[in-house]
Design a protein around this ligand. Structure first.
Ligand code: AMP
Length: 191
């Protein structure tokens, strides 16, 4: 199996690039943000609890997202692999993911971290906010908070994979196609 963590701050292009890569490598896209937004759309109890946290740009509790990933892995037991997008966002989530995969005799093949300058992130998120309809993209203060939460709680996850020699940093600036080509080059090295 090819199991990739596509990592980076909000606005780095994880979702956009995941869509290209799942086609090329026949992988399952596992975005905790998308899963949470569909819980909200379906007005489930979990969605109702998550909404106010997401609207503030904070992180929902680890056990909630880990539980969603656990069932996603079960639902796609015969997959060729997964792209984890927006997960893990804390070191505790990274440890839980390793355990979930180990219990299925699987492991993470690599973490690919998209590197994008802060100013570019804010511009991309504000642009996306005009069309995405996401409340957390529409407000500059919430965007600032999401970037702060990323720097405080999520950026350390990189060291977790670096310690396992699984961290690959990729330049996330430029055109979508140029970034896809860089990602594919990195992935070819992992296959
Ligand atoms: P995203 O679509 O990845 O930008 O996620 C949108 C929001 O969903 C985040 O700002 C968090 O509030 C929540 N979220 C998504 N993934 C996670 C995660 N792995 N851990 C905690 N909260 C998450």
């Amino acid at each position: 199996m090819l199991n990739l963590v596509l990592f980076g701050p909000p606005g780095a292009g994880k979702g956009t690039q995941s869509k290209q890569l799942i086609d090329t490598y026949q992988l399952i896209h596992c975005s905790t943000g998308d899963l949470l937004r569909s819980e909200i759309a379906n007005e489930t109890e979990l969605g109702q609890r998550a909404k106010s946290i997401m609207d503030r740009g904070e992180l929902v509790p680890d056990e909630v997202v880990v539980g969603m990933i656990d069932s996603m892995l079960d639902r796609h037991a015969d997959a060729r692999g997964f792209i984890f997008d927006g997960f893990p966002r804390t070191t505790a989530q990274a440890e839980a993911l390793d355990q979930l995969l180990a219990s299925r005799n699987e492991s993470i093949s690599g973490m690919i971290a998209l590197e994008v300058a802060d100013d570019e992130l804010k511009n991309r998120l504000l642009e996306r906010g005009k069309i995405s309809g996401r409340p957390d993209d529409a407000n500059p203060e919430i965007i600032e908070n999401r970037i702060r939460v990323y720097n405080d709680q999520t950026a350390p996850v990189k060291s977790y994979y670096a310690q396992q020699q699984k961290l690959f940093e990729v330049d996330g600036m430029g055109t979508i196609a140029a970034i896809t080509a860089r990602l594919e080059q990195t992935i070819e090295g992992l296959i």
